[in-house]
Design a binder for this molecule. Structure first.
Ligand code: SAM
Length: 271
């Protein structure tokens, strides 16, 4: 990587030092963005995309890796039923601690109950099955690991089977941790090295976003992406794009914690 690029990756790393998991959860994972009574709310849309993507091709396997989990669990609530082992990962210890706290003690800065109930309903189960789903998630998460998507080997060696994971999920990570598009594309290639040939990538990300708040007063720069660029980047990283869905933000979802205009959901298969 060029020296200049390295400097800016280091600057991004610096931005994350003040990241506040509880504030981030409050900004993005409560109403109106997580309003389960509204069909146009962001979180129900994301959960439905994940559910559909996994069920329509009956995607299953041994290992699922979630790249850049942050302090959130929603992105693996469907996948935990379909894989024997789920690995969560984040660059920051403060986020890994937040996840471990829920896994080990059931404690979290956010109550995930309504999320579990919603995914149970998507799966055709009664919402009262949510405790079983929470148990299942706790049982299949084998590790919460440090990860750096800017490294050619983002996870420490030997973590995954030699052929790689069967499925990768990553939500709002690559564009939020990269200083520019070149770095975003390199990060996408780096995480692809974790996936086996023929494995699936479920990538969720922000469109048209230039910043988001990682806590009070902490403005984190984001690479603004558009739909066409997402397609180009995925193909250049060796993926067949199977599905691209776009969510346009209703005005009242613009709550002042970022300048995102939309969200993409991509399902892609590694050649
Ligand atoms: N996946 C979560 C979600 O859907 O809300 C969190 C996304 S948050 C916008 C970006 C995450 O990337 C943060 O949790 C941050 O700690 C993590 N991160 C920062 N630098 C990273 C890096 N170099 N490699 C991997 N993850 C990184």
């Amino acid at each position: 990587m060029a020296k200049e690029s390295l400097k800016t990756v280091a600057a991004m790393e610096g931005c994350y030092q003040g990241f506040n998991p509880a504030a981030y959860l409050q900004y993005n994972y409560t109403a109106p963005r997580a309003d389960f009574d509204r069909s146009d709310s962001i979180v129900p849309w994301k959960l439905s995309c994940l559910h559909r993507a996994l069920t329509e091709d009956d995607i299953r396997g041994d290992v699922l890796v979630d790249v850049g989990s942050g302090p959130t669990l929603y992105q693996v609530m469907s996948g935990c039923e379909r894989f024997n082992r789920v690995i969560l990962s984040d660059f920051l210890e403060v986020n890994r601690r937040e996840l471990q706290s829920w896994l080990q003690k059931g404690k979290s800065s956010l109550d995930w109950t309504t999320y579990f109930k919603y995914v149970c309903e998507l799966e055709g189960r009664s919402s009262s099955a949510w405790t079983k789903k929470a148990e299942r998630l706790r049982a299949v998460v084998s590790d919460v690991l440090p990860i750096d998507v800017h490294q050619s080997c983002p996870l420490s060696q030997g973590t995954l089977p030699p052929c790689g994971a069967d499925c990768l999920v990553s939500s709002f990570c690559l564009e939020s941790v990269s200083p520019d598009l070149t770095s975003f594309n390199i990060a996408l290639s780096n995480i692809s090295s974790l996936l086996r040939k023929g494995g699936y990538l479920l990538l969720i990300g922000a469109l048209g976003e230039s910043f988001y708040m990682g806590g009070p007063g902490l403005c984190i720069p984001v690479v603004p992406l558009d739909e066409a660029q997402v397609c180009v980047s995925l193909r250049a990283s060796g993926y067949e794009l199977l599905q691209l869905s776009i969510y346009h933000l209703p005005t009242d979802m613009k709550v002042g914690v970022d300048d995102v205009t939309g969200v993409f959901f991509a399902k892609a298969k590694k050649y």
